[in-house]
Design a protein around this ligand. Structure first.
Ligand SMILES: *[C@@H]1O[C@H](CO)[C@@H](O)[C@H](O)[C@H]1NC(C)=O
Ligand SMILES: *[C@@H]1O[C@H](CO)[C@@H](O)[C@H](O)[C@H]1NC(C)=O
Ligand SMILES: *[C@@H]1O[C@H](CO)[C@@H](O)[C@H](O)[C@H]1NC(C)=O
Length: 238
């Protein structure tokens, strides 16, 4: 009897390990090296950082339930062993971010991987944009890809752009990131779905990336869902 329940437990553990492990593939289609990272919101702490050369691919597992973000840094250097980036830096001084997020503006890929039921995923440019990205569910039927595949840096208004040392644009701030006003950040009086709506600034981003979150309550057109247990590909510069 005891042996039998242990056996059942082991089988169950094995099944749930397999079933609840999500395999992420990150592809770098940009013509330069990028350094993606993870930030955990809830669940097991997953603090991963990667260096991916142009046109290269990496993959890793995360076991559900987990919620968190994946974004990428670029224009990075490791001078004197202090790893820093001009775009998306998290301030850790190394490849892993130890729980810190990327400094805005950064395109965020957000996941809520449920243990049972559904995964939820979205791409957010609420805090601005730094790299185009596409998220593709790998094997779920009826699951949709989402992303912000447009290079917003190329059309970023001067007042919002973050510049590289060579004056190229490596990030485009949202109105919230640029002006820190409650009306753009959906804070204070504007901290509810009823009081905070799109603005001419968020609409500028929404037109370029209709599937991405352009302001905090942009849920209707920006949240995607798929059955839990499937895998995802994330492509930068799709
Ligand atoms: C990732 O998860 C799959 C099952 O989903 C498993 O077969 C594989 O061994 C895992 N890989 C690593 C490195 O944990
Ligand atoms: C994820 O899936 C890919 C492709 O199916 C496979 O090559 C890779 O080994 C998997 N990664 C892990 C960490 O299991
Ligand atoms: C690493 O570089 C950053 C950015 O230049 C700087 O703010 C930080 O103080 C440096 N850290 C160390 C340990 O030198």
């Amino acid at each position: 009897m005891e042996f039998r329940s242990l056996f059942v437990l082991l089988i169950a553990a094995h099944f749930f390990n397999g079933a609840c492990s999500t395999n992420f593939t990150i592809k770098n289609n940009c013509p330069y090296t990028i350094w993606p990272a993870t930030q955990t919101g809830q669940g097991q702490q997953v603090s991963l950082g990667f260096e991916i050369s142009a046109l290269d691919i990496i993959n890793f597992n995360i076991s559900a339930p987990w919620s968190g973000r994946i974004w990428s840094r670029f224009v990075c250097s490791n001078a004197a062993g202090n790893f820093t980036c001009l775009s998306g830096d998290c301030g850790s001084g190394k490849l892993e971010c130890d729980g810190a997020g990327g400094q805005p503006p950064a395109t965020l890929v957000q996941f809520n991987l449920a243990e049972f039921g559904n995964d939820f995923y979205d791409v957010s440019i609420v805090d601005g944009f730094n790299l185009p990205v596409l998220v593709t569910p790998q094997d779920g039927s009826g699951c949709y890809s989402t992303g912000c595949p447009t290079d917003i840096n190329a059309v970023c208004p001067r007042a919002f752009s973050v510049k590289n040392t060579d004056d190229g644009t490596i990030g485009c701030k949202s109105a919230c990131t640029a002006f820190h006003r409650p009306i753009y950040c959906c804070t204070e009086y504007y901290g509810t779905p009823k009081t905070c709506g799109p603005t001419k600034y968020s609409n500028f981003f929404k037109r370029l990336c209709p599937q991405a979150y352009s302001y905090a309550y942009d849920d209707k057109t920006s949240t995607f869902t798929c059955m839990a247990g499937i895998n995802y590909a994330i492509t930068f510069c799709p």
